[in-house]
Ligand binder design. Structure first.
Ligand code: FES
Length: 68
């Protein structure tokens, strides 16, 4: 499935970028060229990053500390 139509970037491409350390939309854009044309895909990339964060126990632990 394409995450970014303009640059033909797939969700697997974005996942690979995240696996290699891309943790922001800008970092994913730099790694894959997603979001570097019309920008419509920005929310989709942001959602993918959020889903990844939700699965990460370190992010959940950091959120609990920040809430205190
Ligand atoms: S759909 Fe990603 S830049 Fe246009």
């Amino acid at each position: 499935m394409f995450a970014c139509i303009c640059r033909a970037v797939t969700t697997d491409d974005v996942g690979a970028a995240m696996d290699n350390g891309a943790a922001t939309v800008a970092a994913v854009a730099k790694a894959t060229r997603a979001c570097t044309s019309c920008g419509i895909c920005r929310d989709r990339i942001r959602a993918m990053l959020g889903e990844r964060d939700a699965q990460c126990p370190r992010v959940a632990a950091a959120a609990q500390v920040a809430a205190v």
